[in-house]
Design a protein around this ligand. Structure first.
Ligand code: ZN
Ligand code: ZN
Length: 646
């Protein structure tokens, strides 16, 4: 008999050679129907792998990430079979699962595969799936494995096998198809009910441009047809909400090849929106005891040698700028922390003066390869809503809670209300990896975990995910399309205070090291606004949106009255403008809808007579005719309901 420990801690005995599927069946028939993958003692196994020793078993269904991974990896085998059949002579290389679906890199030789081939591939793949073929793992000798692929002339698989050790090589069979694979499959092909080929792209063998270019076939699959339909709808919606598209339509930002790739240019409406976001955070930060500082965009190379950034990132950064006469070397600032350390170092502090909280909307520059750049989410120059808190180890607990409060205030106010926290702590088996005393690490990790608990956060602890210089907390935010984003990292740091020799005088009159906290609730203004655009589809909260109202005079006759309405709105700090183009009201309404302006104020004969405005909300709701004052009250009420003070 073997002892199997399940994730909930229960231990059960099974006869030697029982499979994960046998164990699932012993728990419940329902579970057995849904189990598609398993992990035994930290190794992914097949659901039919005989277990011959005591160990911990985790069973996965489609609802687990590991379940999806096995599902999509298995689907790549099915699609590979279809490709091999439809394009004779095609050479298969690798086919892993990815975050959404899977791909297979193929050398199609004389064939070229394009979108028009997708339906045929999908059709054949689905036929194979319906055959309910079991995935069966089979150990093979290195010689046998090489023989198979040499005879096919597949130099890619041969190269893969040559790097493997004899005795560790396995094939996976299903139907008439065999692939080199180390495992991790669902029980059989029949579980796959829907397959979609999404796109093809060029990809170099092993990601090296010196190698042969292959065709990467991207696909996704689901256990239900309706899941695929929902996914395709989501893709469609994501396209509509793409921040690059919306940023252009709403005239928020642009890029110029002349200025340079990855360097966003903020247009007046975008700049104003960014300023409102900054003002919102500045106000809360002021209440939370932060002080604003300002530092230059460059720093001496020496500064980053001291901080350690140069040794770590120097080679892959923008290269130093040299002064013409003195031969000094400066770097474009990749982060604000070293500058802030030197601000702290400007004068001595007593423990009574701590914590010091220095905040700056600091613009930094990081080199990214041009191929990696993406709209506002991957750029070469961006502004962080940065702050560094310098405190005593005893204050860490309290400070961490305060930073969480501020981060949650930001997320909740901006409508990101679906989030989890992730606490990254040390790997206790490798203590030599970390700087700082064990005592301080324990203090910091406990501070973070206690703070997360006390604030009622839904959190997970990730062992070994901490940076070498301190533990951290991240928020994993789910947007309106169900995609996950990492936001608002709060990082404890024992390293920079050491490197910059930061001190404070304690109650014992001795010098001590402060602890440093890095935090940025938005992360960067660029990335945050991109997220906000995609999350809201460009329908920003009323307090943030570029124009809150647009006045549409029915004809030229009513322009004077429109001006009067605009004046009174401006006096009440409502952002509005008049569309007095010589166009029909219908056309003006359609364009105002496109610009996502929350309120349209239509003024014509009867409005002018009664001193009112006819209100139409974005999206079509007609609110009837009301006075300007009533409209001001309506806007104020809506703003107050979303923009609460910190
Ligand atoms: Zn496989
Ligand atoms: Zn920092």
């Amino acid at each position: 008999m073997i002892k199997i420990t399940l994730p909930d801690g229960t231990v059960k005995e099974y006869s030697k050679g029982s499979t994960p599927m046998d164990i699932a069946k012993s728990i419940s028939e329902g579970l057995a129907r849904n189990v598609i993958s398993a992990k035994f003692n930290d190794t992914i196994v097949e659901t039919v792998t005989p277990l011959n020793e005591d160990g911990t078993l985790t069973l996965y269904t489609w609802n687990d990430d590991a379940g999806k991974k096995a599902f999509w990896h298995s689907s790549s085998h099915i699609v590979a079979q279809a490709l091999e059949e439809l394009f004779p002579g095609a050479k298969l290389t690798i086919g892993p699962a990815i975050e959404n679906g899977f791909y297979y890199d193929v050398d199609f030789g004389e064939h070229s595969v394009s979108e028009k081939d997708f339906p045929a591939i999908e059709k054949r793949a689905l036929e194979i799936a319906r055959g309910k073929h079991d995935f069966k793992m089979r150990p093979v000798s290195k010689a046998e494995a090489l023989e198979k692929y040499k005879s096919q002339g597949n130099e890619f698989k041969v190269e893969l096998i040559e790097n493997l050790e004899d005795g560790t090589i396995t094939f996976c069979d299903h139907d008439t198809f065999t692939d080199l694979c180390r495992g991790g499959h669902i029980p059989n092909t029949g579980i796959v009910k829907a397959i979609k080929i999404l796109s093809v792209a060029g990809a170099y063998w092993r990601g090296d441009e010196k190698n042969k270019q292959l065709t990467r076939v991207y696909g996704i699959s689901f256990p239900k047809q309706k899941d695929l339909t929902a996914y395709l709808n989501l893709l469609e919606e994501a396209k509509k909400r793409d921040h690059r598209k919306l940023g252009k339509e709403l005239e928020l930002f642009t890029f110029s090849q002349k200025v340079g790739q990855g360097l966003p240019l903020w247009l007046p409406k975008g700049a104003a929106l960014r300023e409102r976001l900054e003002a919102f955070l500045k106000k809360a930060q002021k209440k939370a005891g932060y002080e604003m500082v300002i530092t230059p965009h460059i720093g001496q190379k020496e500064l980053y040698v001291t901080s350690g950034h140069y040794a770590k990132y120097g080679e892959d950064s923008f290269q130093p700028i040299h002064t013409p006469k003195e031969d000094e070397e400066f770097l474009l600032k990749p982060m604000n922390c070293p500058h802030h350390c030197e601000i702290y170092n400007a004068r001595p502090f007593s423990y009574r003066e701590l914590p010091k909280r220095y905040a700056e909307f600091g613009t930094v520059y990081r080199y990214e390869q041009s191929g990696e750049l993406h709209g506002l989410t991957r750029v070469r120059g961006f502004t962080q809503d940065d702050a560094h808190i310098f405190c005593t180890p005893e204050q860490l607990d309290e400070e961490f809670k305060k930073v969480i409060d501020l981060s949650l205030y930001v997320l909740n106010t901006l409508g990101f209300d679906n989030y989890k926290a992730q606490v990254s702590v040390r790997d206790l088996d490798n203590p030599e990896k970390y700087i700082g005393s064990v005592e301080n690490w324990e203090k910091a990790e406990n501070a973070i975990i206690n703070a997360a608990k006390e604030k009622g956060l839904d959190y997970v602890i990730e062992s070994g995910e901490a940076a070498f210089y301190g533990p951290k907390l991240d928020f994993m935010v789910k947007d309106a399309l169900g995609r996950n984003w990492q936001l608002g990292t709060i990082q404890v740091d024992y390293n920079l205070p050491e490197r910059f020799d930061l001190t404070y005088k304690g109650s014992d009159n001795e010098l001590h090291r402060p602890v440093m906290i890095h935090r940025a609730p938005f992360g960067s203004m660029e990335r945050f606004i991109a997220l906000l655009l995609e999350h809201t589809g460009g329908n920003f909260p009323l307090w943030l949106t570029p124009e809150q109202a647009i006045i549409l005079p029915v004809s030229e006759k009513h322009e004077k009255y429109a001006e009067k309405v605009l004046k009174s709105l401006e006096n009440n700090e409502i952002r509005a403008l008049i569309d007095n183009r010589n166009e029909t009201v219908g056309k003006k309404i359609r364009e105002a809808e496109m610009s996502k302006t929350p309120f349209m104020l239509i003024v014509g004969e009867s409005e002018e007579e009664n001193n009112t405005i006819a209100i139409r909300k974005h999206g079509g709701d007609d609110l009837g005719s009301i006075t300007v004052q009533d409209f001001v009250d309506l806007v104020t009420k809506e703003i107050n309901s979303t923009l609460k003070s910190f």
